[in-house]
Design a protein around this ligand. Structure first.
Ligand SMILES: Nc1ncnc2c1ncn2[C@@H]1O[C@H](COP(=O)(O)OP(=O)(O)OP(=O)(O)O)[C@@H](O)[C@H]1O
Length: 458
């Protein structure tokens, strides 16, 4: 009955009216709910009045909606209500995009309906679907980067890249001749980049898990959904499996190569690095889930592409150069992985910019040099062993590739005192972060008790 009251409050005409509900208000309320396909919620509740000030609380209690989908629809409707009863200033925009479909013409969007609720009070057109996970979210385009002028795009285009992309071998040759990248192509790629993208990669069962005959509990569907099959026991000890479904921007199954991971995640970002973008790519997951396996090849692949872009006349003529740095955070302290683990300080400057004082940056003009630096840094990383991973990363490692524009050219290829790197202005930067793993209690062995504390404080 409480829920009924809430629906009646929704229905109570102009929301600041705390008087008894009217027949006109009933009809308006019914049409409003009908516009979201929820007319069945209106009928039993229509004649129950309630103080509109109680509305938000009652809404949170469900007000008659039964299924999660119904609740989401109602919540969306409510998001555009002005609880203070003030009229918005937005103009009325009729649209065909309604949640409920039928009834949009003469119901929720009709001028009659609108005048009942006040201009701009209810505007489904202005709703942001991305905040509530629903079946429809997956079809929503990504929000474009604020640095990017083009329109949004759907996730599928990333996978199209898999087929449309030139073969990998081509990147080793002089691509300024064989694989010219025009400004137009750059711009096309830029429009394909999301601001935030969450990609899940499924790790195959490892030898230990196979030998223990453990079940594969994750199923990937259509590169976008996954289901976790959780084994459970009833109170009477009957075994059953609970299925949990999740959807992400992309889900990569256990057969996907590191190459494909790169193409789906980092490759679309590369052109934007030349357009004043700072990007970050990081892996998150428990120990042994495959973070390092996934992250380690990415910087090298990114460097290949960045160098390829730098060879284009448009960037070469502007004296764009690539710089690399690599440090780790271990036990709350920073160490330069390319300078004998020299201890570094993190400071904030007057503009609230975080600076890593003393971090060495190296100019890298070809991929072989990048590879050497990465291997050197990886070898200097702090590792330990956990119950789930013999060679577990015990620190957060941050590898940065920065494109800088230089005003003057110096002879030396590698920077040793930082002077040259300081003279260049950062055009864009991409950071790769390999986070230290976290363990469940079950994954913790005596070996890693000491290193675990480093992870927690790192
Ligand atoms: N997709 C994969 N295909 C094949 N082997 C994988 C895959 N992902 C991870 N592995 C293997 O699983 C083991 C653990 O992976 P990795 O070290 O990357 O885990 P991690 O998440 O970085 O762990 P930690 O947080 O402890 O550092 C490694 O031996 C790695 O080779």
């Amino acid at each position: 009955m409480q829920q009924s009251n809430a629906a009646a409050a929704l229905y109570d005409g102009p929301l600041h009216n705390t008087g008894p509900p009217s027949d006109t208000g009933d009809a308006v309320m019914a049409r409003w709910l009908q516009s979201a396909g929820l007319q069945h919620l209106a009928s039993p509740l229509a004649s129950t009045g309630i103080d509109q000030r109680l509305l938000p609380n009652l809404l949170m209690q469900g007000y008659g909606a039964q299924s999660a989908e119904e609740k989401q629809r109602l919540f969306k409707l409510m998001r555009n209500l002005n609880f203070n009863g003030e009229s918005g200033s937005e103009t009325y925009t009729p649209t065909a995009q309604t949640s409920g479909g039928a009834g949009a013409q003469d119901g929720f969007y009709s001028p009659e309906f609108r005048s009942d609720f006040g201009a701009g009070l209810l505007d489904l057109h202005a709703m942001d679907d991305t905040e509530l996970l629903s079946e429809h979210v997956i079809d929503e385009p990504f929000e474009p980067s604020p640095f990017i002028t083009g329109g949004p795009r759907a996730f599928d285009s990333d996978f199209n890249l898999l087929s449309s992309k030139p073969q990998r071998g081509q990147t080793d040759v002089d691509t300024s001749v064989q694989l010219p990248i025009t400004e137009k192509e750059n711009n096309t790629k830029e429009t394909n980049v999301a601001k935030i993208k969450v990609v899940v990669r499924k790790r195959p069962l490892n030898k230990k898990e196979i030998s223990r005959k453990e079940d594969d509990i994750v199923t990937v569907y259509d590169n976008a959904y996954l289901a976790v099959h959780e084994p459970k026991l009833k109170v009477d000890l009957t075994a059953y499996v609970e299925k949990h479904e999740f959807c992400f921007d992309a889900v990569l199954d256990e057969h996907v190569t590191n190459d494909e991971v790169y193409r789906v995640t980092v490759e679309p970002i590369i052109p934007t690095i030349f357009q004043r973008t700072k990007a970050t790519c990081f892996a998150y997951g428990q120990t042994g889930s495959g973070k390092t396996f996934t992250m380690q090849p990415l910087p090298l692949r990114a460097a290949e592409d960045l160098v390829r872009y730098l060879h284009q006349p448009v960037y070469r003529n502007q004296r764009f150069k690539l710089w690399l740095s690599y440090f780790e955070i271990y036990g709350g302290k920073l160490f330069d992985l390319l300078s004998d683990r020299k201890k570094l300080c993190m400071r904030e400057d007057g503009r609230q910019q975080v600076c890593i004082v003393g971090l060495q940056e190296f100019e890298v003009s070809d991929v072989q040099i990048v590879k050497e630096y990465i291997e050197r840094g990886n070898a200097a990383r702090s590792t330990g062993s956990t119950g789930a991973n013999e060679e577990s990363s015990r620190s957060h490692a941050i590898l940065q590739l920065a494109v800088k524009k230089h005003t003057e050219v110096k002879e030396s290829k590698r920077n040793t005192d930082g002077n040259e790197s300081r003279s260049g202005k950062v055009v864009g930067k991409i950071s790769f972060i390999d986070l230290a793993g976290s363990e469940r209690g079950a994954d913790t062995t005596d070996n890693d008790r000491q290193t675990r504390s480093c992870v927690r404080s790192g």
